[in-house]
Design a protein around this ligand. Structure first.
Ligand code: F6R
Length: 257
């Protein structure tokens, strides 16, 4: 397990505005993809949905269009999905990924993985096993893109999730459901459960880039960086990873301009 030399030390944060952060992360992804492709290897990316990574996807689309960045040798695995939505439901994370990225680049749909949350509880356990097996077979995640929930969740690992949690069905926290109410039209329509990679699955990625933008993420970012490492704030576990980069804009980092 990768472990930093002193996880209790407050990690450094790269303070960049959202557009610059998107360019920096997209450039890193593009360099990784190009250097691995030059060696005939595929790059395995862990992807997130939500507002935070949108700029990175937009920048990747630009690099694809204007600089010929090819996704032909890329495999992607999304972090999570809602339980009870079919993959073609426009509110699913798969549909969101198609709109934001998949449909606009030369990524083979067979290599663009999003958990399928449409099954019953027993088939969903099998889906979790299958999904983790696919990540293993692909050689593991080279780089995981992450956002952070206002309650400190990473993926759908809500507070209470342990360091060794694996992919599973989880109940979404009330604050997580509330933050999704607008997209679903009403709080009651937001799914109650999600399917998520576990904390241990996320930490198994070789590199992690966590992004946080806006005043609304300031308090939780501070806790993720400072609070004791543990399940109360699942994002604190990232401090145990040897190659994590924390990137935040001035508002989230608590810097005045
Ligand atoms: C999404 C995900 C979530 C989000 C988090 C922040 O795939 O796993 O953990 O990263 O809820 O969401 P935004 O970016 O919308 O603030």
């Amino acid at each position: 397990m990768p472990s930093s030399s002193s996880p209790s030390k407050r990690p450094e944060v790269s303070v960049l505005d959202a557009a610059e952060a998107a360019r920096v992360v997209a450039r890193e992804i593009a360099e990784l993809v190009r250097s691995k492709a030059a060696r005939g290897e595929r790059t395995v990316l862990g992807l997130a949905t939500g507002k935070t990574p949108m700029g990175v996807y937009r920048e990747l689309l630009r690099l694809h269009r204007e600089q010929g960045l090819s996704f032909a040798r890329v495999t992607t695995f999304n972090l999570d999905e809602f339980v009870g939505l079919r993959p073609d439901d426009p509110r699913s994370f798969r549909a969101w990924m198609r709109r934001e990225l998949f449909d606009h680049v030369d990524l083979d749909p067979a290599h663009a993985h999003v958990p399928d949350g449409s099954g019953s509880p027993t088939t969903l356990d099998r889906e979790c096993e299958r999904y983790r097996e696919r990540i293993r077979a692909a050689g593991g995640l080279d780089l995981q893109l992450l956002g952070i929930g206002k309650n400190g969740h990473i993926a759908f690992n809500e507070p209470g999730s342990s360091r060794d949690s694996r992919m599973r069905v989880v109940e979404l926290a009330p604050t997580t459901r509330a933050s999704l109410a607008a997209e679903f039209g009403a709080l009651e329509r937001v799914p109650i459960h999600g399917l998520t990679l576990g904390v241990a699955d996320v930490l198994a990625a070789r590199a992690i880039r966590l992004l946080a933008f806006g005043e609304g993420k300031r308090a939780i970012l501070e806790r993720a960086l400072q609070a004791p490492i543990g399940p109360d704030v699942p994002a604190t576990f990232l401090r145990e990873h040897a190659d994590v980069r924390w990137i935040a804009d001035a508002a989230a980092a608590g810097h005045s301009r």
